[in-house]
Design a protein around this ligand. Structure first.
Ligand SMILES: [Zn+2]
Length: 83
């Protein structure tokens, strides 16, 4: 697995510190990563998928519902290395 997340977070943190020099205890987290259990325990990048549909109710009628799913990347979106 590549070090893109760690390296990008490091660069973003330096930039954030330059942008907000009067603040202290700066921290940056690059969202869009989660652990997956498949062939071991790996951290993978993902993109959120927002879905919306009208679902049937037992009593009749429909109810509109939003849901969120995750689409995991097979390759690092920054360097292209296979996960
Ligand atoms: Zn990478």
């Amino acid at each position: 697995m590549c070090d893109c997340r760690k390296e990008i977070e490091k660069k973003l943190l330096e930039r954030f510190k330059q942008q907000k020099p009067d603040a202290k205890n700066h921290a940056v987290i690059l969202n869009g990563y989660s652990y997956v259990v498949r062939d071991g325990f790996h951290e993978k990048g993902y993109m959120d998928i927002l879905t919306n549909a009208d679902y049937p109710l037992k009593k009749g009628g429909f109810r509109n519902k939003n849901e969120t799913q995750k689409m995991f990347f097979s390759f690092c979106p920054f360097c292209g290395q296979k996960y």
